[in-house]
Design a protein around this ligand. Structure first.
Ligand SMILES: [Zn+2]
Length: 612
């Protein structure tokens, strides 16, 4: 989006903000638009923890209490839903969604569970039939579960050949799809980005033919005749088991050739992602990586009354000055689209052993992981020649001073430790205030940093399903002792941190989460994989109770976005965002939480989803 475009979007948001509705007065019973009664309402409101009935008028809750009390709210035009004893909780608020990626995977190509020709062809055909003519089909991430079956523990799935740098996984060729994609370029990707598959239309556009030399840094697989098979290999390095991608040359080659998705395509992806959110009870989310154009699409769909989940959009820390210049700070926006936080990344991820640790990886003694570029240059503070600062710290000090909320991705223990050090210096220089510093992932922390983070009241922006996913290889990579500090939700909570939950949808390239909060609640409460391993849970002392887990996915995420006055609990005056569930999370066997379904989703007093 151009600066002018961004400005227009922002001005229209300000307009709505000024017109924002006023909370309904709880003093006398008015005829409600919607009444739910006869249920178990778990409000996440300490002053009124359990109710049987809820009433809402326009977009607000006007009643939450016993069934008897709701009767005066029922009028001729009130819609009444009898809950039949079902559980109602506040709408789930997902602290971390890669929204654009989620929409693209849901509406576009998804090959995560694909490692055979038959499925590969069928999935591409399906997308081909859905997409507008000429639109590139990209991504897919095939073979993600070929070595690690989804939900299983080690040894599941297929053995990787240690002689083969590329792991000898399923390898498609263009002949499988060329027949029906003559006018449609396809560039599918293996989950680890080491191998891509281009069809003939895509190869032609990139100028890769029989007789042409391989593009720099890419190995083109060819038939004996010299004809490309469509498989394109990126360079890899390192020991087999930790083989890492050196550089994504295939992406670099194709990126300038692939047109940006059209606005129409983006709208379809957006609606598809919201549709998924309704189905799993997500009524609010934080969008962490979508392009700025997405904000304008949110605005368009909000104005058309088609928005069914509330978003907090998080631009990059690098843009703090532009944002601050527009007057954006914590609280800016309206109840549908809000700003106020900026984001940065300090280290890599566990998936490819690039998270930054104080000590070397257990399985690779020559590596401690990496710092991201934003850490450099590391140079003198403009104010004090003795004070050495990373670029991250310099930007963070300025953005914090401008009233923006800081959120920084940190996985390894040194990455988290550095941020704790940095936060101490920010507090010292910019003074104490209500800053709700969000440690994004807070994945592996030392005992000292858990204690420090708690004392400083950080928000641990965690995605509990990572526990189920990562425990399968965590100890092999960082050893038993460091794993104690992995996803230490219980200790973070008890130390005073605000533990907030989300999904990290669409997931790491090793798993798919699709926004379903039940997977996160299950993981936090059981600390088991989807197949129920290990018995008793992984580091079970870090389990949360189901009540705590619900709070982490609702009120604590609202707090993490400075919106606890508006949402996160079923409280009179707050937004009428809540979900009805198929089973009672509070009384059921926690092992079955992962299978609980959403029956009804209500956003702003509107029933946006009902299961058949
Ligand atoms: Zn993420």
């Amino acid at each position: 989006m151009s600066e002018r475009g961004a400005m227009n979007t922002i001005m229209s948001l300000v307009g709505t903000f000024l017109l924002a509705s006023v909370a309904a007065s709880p003093s006398e019973a008015q005829e409600a638009d919607l009444v739910l009664r006869g249920g178990v309402v778990w409000t996440v409101d300490d002053d009124n923890p359990e109710a049987q009935a809820i009433a809402s008028l326009r977009d607000r809750i006007v009643y939450a209490g016993p069934d008897e009390g709701v009767r005066p709210y029922i009028g001729r035009s009130t819609r009444v839903i009898d809950l039949d004893g079902k559980l109602v909780v506040p709408g789930f608020n997902d602290n971390h969604v890669h929204f654009e990626g989620t929409g693209r995977l849901l509406y576009g190509l998804n090959l995560l569970d694909v490692s055979t020709e038959r499925d590969f062809v069928a999935r591409i055909r399906e997308v081909h039939e859905r997409y507008a003519p000429g639109t590139w089909i990209t991504g897919g991430d095939w073979s993600a579960y070929e070595t690690w079956a989804e939900g299983d523990v080690a040894e599941a799935g297929r053995e990787v050949n240690p002689e083969d740098l590329y792991g000898n996984l399923f390898l498609p060729n263009k002949g499988m799809i060329d027949g029906f994609t003559r006018d449609r370029p396809v560039l599918a990707r293996r989950f680890d980005r080491k191998v891509y598959l281009a069809n003939s239309a895509a190869l032609e556009i990139a100028g890769i033919r029989k007789g042409t030399p391989d593009p720099a840094g890419i190995a083109v697989e060819r038939q004996r005749s010299g004809e490309p098979t469509g498989a394109l290999f990126n360079p890899v390095a390192g020991a087999v088991e930790s083989t890492v991608l050196v550089q994504d040359n295939v992406r670099a080659l194709f990126e300038p050739l692939i047109p940006e998705p059209s606005r129409q395509q983006r709208i379809q992806e957006t609606l598809r992602a919201w549709d998924q959110m309704k189905r799993v009870g997500v009524t609010s989310y934080s969008d962490v990586t979508s392009a700025p154009i997405q904000v304008d699409i949110y605005r368009e769909l909000r104005d058309a009354g088609r928005m069914t989940a509330r978003v907090r959009y998080r631009p990059s820390l690098e843009d703090w000055e532009y944002l601050a210049g527009l007057g954006i700070r914590v609280g800016f926006g309206d109840e549908w689209i809000r700003f106020g936080a900026v984001k940065a990344w300090i280290d890599g991820i566990m998936g490819n052993s690039s998270a930054r640790f104080y000590e070397a990886y257990t399985h690779n003694p020559s590596s401690r992981g990496i710092w991201r570029d934003i850490m450099f240059p590391f140079e003198r503070s403009p104010d004090n020649p003795e004070d050495m600062q990373s670029r991250l710290e310099r930007l963070a000090l300025l953005a914090d001073n401008a009233g923006l909320q800081l959120t920084v991705h940190a996985i390894g223990d040194e990455a988290n430790g550095y941020l704790m050090d940095m936060l101490e210096r920010i507090i010292e220089k910019n003074g104490e205030r209500d800053r709700r510093f969000r440690l994004v992932h807070a994945q592996v922390m030392t005992d000292r940093d858990i204690e420090r983070g708690g004392r400083m009241g950080i928000v641990a922006e965690v995605q509990p399903f990572h526990v189920s996913d990562d425990m399968r290889w965590m100890e092999e990579r960082i050893g038993r002792d460091r794993s104690r500090g992995a996803y230490a939700f219980r200790r973070l909570w008890d130390a005073g941190a605000v533990v907030s939950f989300g999904s990290d949808s669409p997931g790491t390239n090793a798993s798919r989460y699709y926004l379903n909060p039940m997977l996160g609640l299950y993981a936090a409460v059981t600390r088991k994989t989807l197949s129920g391993q290990p018995e008793g849970g992984w580091f079970p002392q870090e389990k949360l109770t189901v009540e705590e887990a619900i709070k982490a996915y609702t009120l604590n995420t609202a707090y993490a976005a400075y919106e606890e006055h508006l949402k996160g609990s079923i409280t009179v005056g707050k937004l009428a965002d809540f979900v009805v569930l198929s089973d009672n999370l509070l009384t059921m066997d926690p092992d079955n939480i992962k299978d609980v379904k959403v029956v009804t989703t209500v956003v702003g007093g509107n029933v946006v989803y009902e299961a058949d």
